[in-house]
Structure formats: C-alpha cells, structure tokens
Design a protein around this ligand. Structure first.
Ligand SMILES: Cc1cc2nc3c(=O)[nH]c(=O)nc-3n(C[C@H](O)[C@H](O)[C@H](O)COP(=O)(O)OP(=O)(O)OC[C@H]3O[C@@H](n4cnc5c(N)ncnc54)[C@H](O)[C@@H]3O)c2cc1C
Length: 374
C-alpha cells in the first residue's frame, strides 16, 4: 500500500489553506477531493466577506481565528495580488432596542481586539451612507471582501509548488486506524484503493461529521452532528441602486439566530447582494435553488434600512449551506478543531462546524492545525 505523510480530506478554502501551510519539501501530502475541481461547495457559495470578528464570544476559536485570519488574509491578498477590498462595514440600528444591542456588540468587538470600531450617531451615519436609514450604527473599518476563487487558486498553486497535490474525483469512504497512522479507503469512478497516511486532516465541510464517524468517533456522544442551514441570496439588478451604498450594511443580529440577518454585501464588480437568510433543511434535501417566493421577506427585511429598494429589482442569485453544530434556537457553538488523541486517534484532526467566519479564518485555522500536529 502506498504511504503518504499527510492526507487532507476536502479541497474547500479550509482544506487548501491547511494543505498549503503543511506542505514542505521532503514530505508527502495529498488533498483528496470528491468533486472535479476545488471549492465547489460552501467555499464558493458565501458572501466573500473578510469579517472583523465582532460577534463571537471573546476567547472562542471563532473570535480568535477570525481576528487573526482577517490580518493574515489582507497580508496574503496584498502580497499575492489577490483581488480584495477593504470596503468597511456598518451595522445599523433602526430602533431603540437595537441601539442598546449595538453598544453590546461594540464592547464585544473591543474585547475581541477588533481594530477601529466606532459607534456612530444618526448624523454621523448619514454622512457616511446618506441613503441608509438608521438611528445609530457600529462602524467597522477592517471588514472587507475577497475574491474567494482567486484565494483558493493561490492556495492550490502554493501547495503544488511545494510538492503536494490535489487528487480530484476521489471520495474518502473508509478510515481505519493502522500502525503509525490510518488506512484511508478512496473511491474513484471505477475503482477503490487504499493509502496509508501518517496524519489525516478532516476538512470535509458538510460531510466532516460523517468522516469523523468513519474514523470511529461517535458523533452523537461527542456532539459532532451537523445540521444544515441554507442561506439564499437575491441580487439588486438596478445598477443605479447598487451605487447608493458604498459599504457593507448589516442589521443588528437577532439573539440565537442562525445567521447575521439579511444584509447588503458588495462584490468586487460593484454589484450588491442581499442575504443570506437562514433556514434549517434536511440533510438529504441539499439543493442550491433560490425560491422566488421568498423575495417579499428579503425586501421587507432590507427595506428597514435601505428605503430606496424596489421589490421588483431583486432577482434570485445563489445559495449556500452552513454546516452548523447548533440546531434551531440553540446556544452558540464554536468551531471544533481537535487532534483526536483523547478519543484514541492520534494524528487524526477533526475540523467540524466550520461555518462563518470560516473563509476569513482559513489561514489562521491552518496555523492552528499546524500547531496541533507539531
Ligand atoms: C451562505 C453562507 C455565507 C457565508 N459567508 C461567509 C463570509 O462572508 N465570510 C466568511 O468568513 N465565511 C462565510 N461563510 C462560511 C465559509 O463559506 C465556510 O466556513 C468555508 O467556505 C468552509 O470551507 P471548508 O473548506 O471547510 O468547506 P467546503 O468549502 O464545503 O469544502 C469541503 C470539501 O470537502 C469535500 N468533501 C466532502 N466529503 C468528502 C469526501 N468523503 N471525500 C473527498 N472530499 C470530500 C467537498 O467536496 C468540499 O469540496 C459563509 C457560509 C455560507 C453557507
């Protein structure tokens, strides 16, 4: 049986970033990916926002890795010429209750070390974004956007340049503990084969709990079971309306909600998308359709702070699916990023529940994983 030092399962932004970081001359690393190209799932179906790290509980992995990932991403993008923009962001309050929530977010963001946060009055908000309706806002100067495809392409080229490779159309279907590592069973179109790997890193996104179970971990007992939560987007088709905002505009998130609330994000071409909404779905109901009948709800939410919107200018765009650890109405759950020696699986690293801010955190997650296995 062929032996490699490291297998990374999944070529999304997290798997690619981890693989690029761990690749080095003299050691063998393969990324195993079931699709025929990288980033075909959640990594190409998101808002492409470089988050600042305002929302997450201080000390959590989400807070720490988002703040660190934000810094690292800007550095990588500037150095490598990856298209990105420091757009800045406003979280806007439209009523008195939300103003109190803004203050809490401001304090939370400060505890998380988010730089430059500022609470703005109604007038100050108007000066920044004249067409937005808000009683107050929280200004975040370190929020931005990135071309996710170009970022993933950079990680993919980097890992290949360092002597590693990505094996496409290959699905991991078995994982057994062996002497000094793991026997990984991989299914290609017509044949199934096994590779021995010293270290296995599970970056399988929506399937990461299943991969963990293949290694013998009881998902239920360890609270690793994923719930799928779909997020749809509508695009503003009227370019003139798109030009009426120049920053990302978010509402104040509702407590225990599964997303950050329908918000307006710019892309690098200057278009504006609204979304994502958040709806839990059955695991066997994965599809990326956008339901036109939800347009009214999007319009009603966004019009609260974007009074210039016209419902008929909203057209269905993409959708993505969040791999969430918390179910509807449940409390915050952090990323699971663990080397599983405690569960009897040394050299097996689980990354489960890597929902937002997973894109922002990707380079910091890679650094964290490197520390776990060294
Ligand atoms: C609607 C939405 C909006 C978001 N917005 C943002 C945002 O603005 N900013 C931000 O920071 N984050 C955002 N996120 C989160 C971010 O997109 C994810 O955290 C990130 O893309 C996760 O990357 P990944 O590599 O872990 O997963 P994925 O991109 O899902 O990659 C996993 C890969 O594993 C492969 N795989 C699975 N099983 C197997 C197997 N058995 N064998 C081989 N390969 C396998 C899959 O094919 C896939 O390519 C958003 C997420 C959603 C859903």
């Amino acid at each position: 049986m062929e032996h490699v030092d490291i297998i990374v399962i999944g070529a999304g932004v997290v798997g690619l970033s981890v693989a690029a970081r761990l690749s080095r001359p003299g050691s063998t690393l393969f990324v195993i990916e079931k699709n025929d190209s990288f980033g075909q799932e959640t990594s190409s179906r998101n808002s492409e926002v470089i988050h600042a790290g305002i929302y997450y509980p201080p000390g959590s992995l989400k807070a720490r890795l988002c703040a660190r990932g934000n810094e690292m991403l800007y550095e990588i993008c500037s150095r490598e010429g990856i298209p990105h923009k420091r757009t800045e962001k406003l979280i806007v309050a439209t009523n008195a209750g939300e103003e109190t929530e803004l203050e809490k977010l401001f304090e939370n963001g400060r505890k998380n070390g988010v730089p430059g946060l500022k609470l703005l009055s109604e007038d100050e908000t108007k000066k920044m974004e004249p067409e937005i309706r808000a009683r107050a806002a929280l200004y975040s100067p370190s929020t931005g956007i990135v071309d996710t495809h170009e970022l993933m392409k950079y990680f993919a080229n980097d890992l290949k340049h360092k002597g590693s490779d990505i094996v496409y159309r290959s699905e991991v279907i078995g994982l057994n503990k062996a002497t000094d590592g793991y026997e990984v069973t991989i299914k290609e179109e017509r044949e199934t084969f096994k590779i021995h790997a010293g270290i296995v890193i599970n970056c399988a996104g929506l399937n990461s709990d299943t991969i963990s179970a293949l290694a013998g971990i009881d998902a239920h007992q360890n609270n690793y079971s994923l719930k799928y939560c779909k997020g749809q987007y509508f695009r503003i088709s009227d370019r003139k309306k798109c030009r009426l905002i120049s920053r990302l505009i978010y509402p104040v998130p509702r407590e225990k909600s599964a997303g950050l609330g329908v918000h307006a994000t710019l892309d690098l071409a200057g278009s504006v998308r609204l979304g994502p909404d958040a709806r839990y779905i059955e695991r066997d109901d994965v599809n990326y359709d956008v339901d036109l009948s939800d347009r009214g709800e999007f319009f009603a939410s966004a019009r609260e702070f974007m009074p210039f919107l016209l419902e008929e200018t909203l057209v269905p765009d993409t959708a993505g699916i969040r791999p969430k650890l918390q179910g509807p109405g449940e409390d915050f759950r952090d990323f699971i990023i663990k080397e599983e020696t405690e569960l009897g699986l040394p050299g097996f690293v689980d990354l489960i529940g890597i929902e937002s801010p997973g894109l922002t955190s990707a380079p910091a997650i890679a650094e964290y994983v490197e520390n776990l296995i060294n």
